[in-house]
Design a protein around this ligand. Structure first.
Ligand code: ADP
Length: 528
């Protein structure tokens, strides 16, 4: 229950000048004001900040906002200060402050002026601050970018793991977790590691109906293909992502000599050049920025009309984030990715130097990118399924906005083969990932199969009449359909779902499309 005296619509207008809440904001704010632990999952640009800023502004005490990046904290504080005549309304507390500055922050908190205090997780852990926070009224604790707590998120920060203990120490204060990462595994990690399994969860749809998704084979003609694409989008703003700085420089140059106004952006450029190139893009002095993933955090250019991935990204989360920078104004946004399996092998090689657990996670995430690229089913449906959301292309917004839906491959009846897949998963007792399931179907032996004596099963080799690519494609579609589930904890072991068990008893028509086959003509270094 919200305290009676608070009219959140009035406060929305008063502080932010907006007439209406966006998406789930009103429900989230009501939940926070009712002092419930709350978990908010909204895509970037969904309006997460306001969800905790408004309740902080209208309540007694100070809300502590944990945020991973000093630059982001500064932006947020400036934004809040511009809403009020009171400078002390928001502060940052981190290691860059002087003793005098810290005292000023504390004084403002004690006198009740400060409504929002942004802290880095490592600062929150300091004994001195913990003691201080226990002595002042704290309205709630918001954990921004909460996916940093999970090794399955794209930005794991070990300091986030400590938050649970600090929060406990501070007493019975409501906790709000916020993230734009929507995979079920990351969500589960967040709730577990923040000890907030009782939290009320609000999840917005991740569907971006105005974005068009396309994957093209990466061949040696990629540069001319990109140039042609950009010329078809003449005068429009776009971003090209590459995995290496060297490739960024190369592509930017190729575009420039071909009469396209483009600049490079990567962490190897000095801060001044980076800022200049970013401004040129924002001010539309150039059309295209060629960048590594260093570019984009906090960029809010509404009319980016295309995002091209010259190299495949490391995970579908990154892909979603990066493509999400297109079409923020609701207008056209073309998301084009170039794919070659060689790039995957290079990324795997690159990861092989990392600690084993990190490698396993990296490989599993990469396999999902491969599946996305090779699939012939709707890319939107595939992406949204990855984020735990069901999508119906017939009725859903943007249902025809991808290459596979626009140019469908012929579908074939696969009912009997679906049953074979499900039976093999069941007969092998939920021990195998896709690879071993396909081996079993095809009657191929490897050490794992031998060890489990799978080759003595009557089903062994029951799918010899099709090749590996066919079975992989079918398994992906069966997964999206929910007949099988993939256990992330074990990096991809397949399990039969209840729906799958019912399907074996009562099979119905199942139309599948075979995966794309991409040629692999090219050989170039992407990771340097
Ligand atoms: P996120 O943190 O989820 O990426 P932001 O909090 O940065 O999103 O909000 C994205 C944009 O939406 C901002 O420009 C913000 O001013 C705007 N916004 C937020 N809430 C509303 C609202 N109720 N009405 C209109 N615009 C809003």
């Amino acid at each position: 229950m919200i305290p009676n005296e608070i009219d959140i619509h009035k406060e929305l207008k008063k502080y932010f000048g907006f007439d209406q809440f966006k998406g789930l904001q009103e429900q989230v704010i009501t939940s926070i004001l009712s002092k419930d632990n709350t978990f908010v999952i909204m895509p970037t640009g969904g309006g997460k900040s306001l969800c905790y800023q408004l309740p902080a502004l209208v309540q007694n005490g100070t809300a502590i906002v944990v945020s991973p990046l000093i630059a982001l904290m500064k932006n947020q504080v400036d934004a809040i200060r511009s809403l009020s005549s009171e400078e002390g309304i928001a502060h940052v507390l981190n290691s860059s402050l002087t003793k005098t500055e810290i005292n000023k922050v504390k004084k403002d908190i004690v006198s009740g002026i400060t409504k929002l205090l942004y802290v880095a997780p490592e600062s929150l852990a300091k004994e001195e601050y913990v003691t201080f926070f226990k002595s002042v009224p704290v309205s709630f604790i918001a954990i921004d970018e909460a996916h940093c707590i999970s090794e399955w998120g794209h930005d794991f920060r070990p300091e986030y793991r400590n938050l649970k203990n600090i929060i406990k120490h501070l007493g019975n204060i409501p906790v709000i977790g916020l993230t734009a990462t929507a995979t079920p595994k990351v969500q589960e990690d967040i709730l577990k590691n923040l000890d907030m399994s009782d939290a009320v969860t609000y999840k917005a749809s991740f569907n971006r109906p105005n974005l068009f998704y396309e994957v093209r084979p990466k061949t040696k003609n990629i540069e001319s293909d990109i140039i042609r694409f950009i010329k078809q989008h003449k005068g429009k703003s776009g971003i090209i992502y590459c995995l290496s700085r060297k490739k960024v420089e190369e592509i930017a140059q190729v575009l420039q000599v071909n009469g396209i106004s483009a600049v490079a952006y990567h962490a190897g450029l000095d801060a001044k050049t980076r800022a200049k190139h970013q401004d040129m893009f924002l001010m539309e002095d150039v059309d295209v920025v060629v960048a590594t993933i260093a570019f984009g955090m906090g960029i809010d250019k509404p009319d980016v009309r295309f995002v091209i991935h010259h190299d495949i990204p490391k995970s579908l989360e990154s892909y979603y984030q990066e493509t999400g920078r297109a079409g923020r104004d609701g207008g056209e946004g073309h998301c084009l990715a170039y794919y070659s399996y060689k790039d995957v092998e290079k990324l795997e090689k690159f990861m092989s130097g990392k600690p084993v657990a990190e490698q396993e996670i990296g490989f599993a995430l990469l396999q999902e990118v491969v599946a996305y690229a090779e699939t012939s089913m709707s890319r939107r449906k595939f992406l949204l399924h990855y984020f735990g959301e069901e999508f119906d292309n017939e009725t859903g917004d943007g249902g025809d906005m991808d290459d596979n839906v626009r140019n469908p491959k012929t579908k074939v009846e696969a009912k009997d083969n679906v049953v074979k897949v499900l039976e093999v998963v069941r007969a092998t007792k939920h021990l195998y990932k896709s690879k071993e399931i396909v081996f079993t179907l095809m009657g191929k032996i490897n050490a794992v199969i031998k060890a489990h004596k799978t080759d003595s099963l009557s089903l062994f080799g029951c799918g010899k009449d099709h090749d590996e690519r066919y079975w992989m494609a079918l398994i992906r579609q069966v997964l999206v359909d929910g007949l099988l589930t993939k256990d992330i904890e074990t990096y991809g072991i397949l399990k039969l779902s209840e729906k799958g068990a019912n399907y074996i008893k009562n099979p119905t028509s199942f139309f599948m499309t075979e995966d794309h086959e991409y040629s692999e003509e090219e050989d170039e270094a992407i990771v340097t």
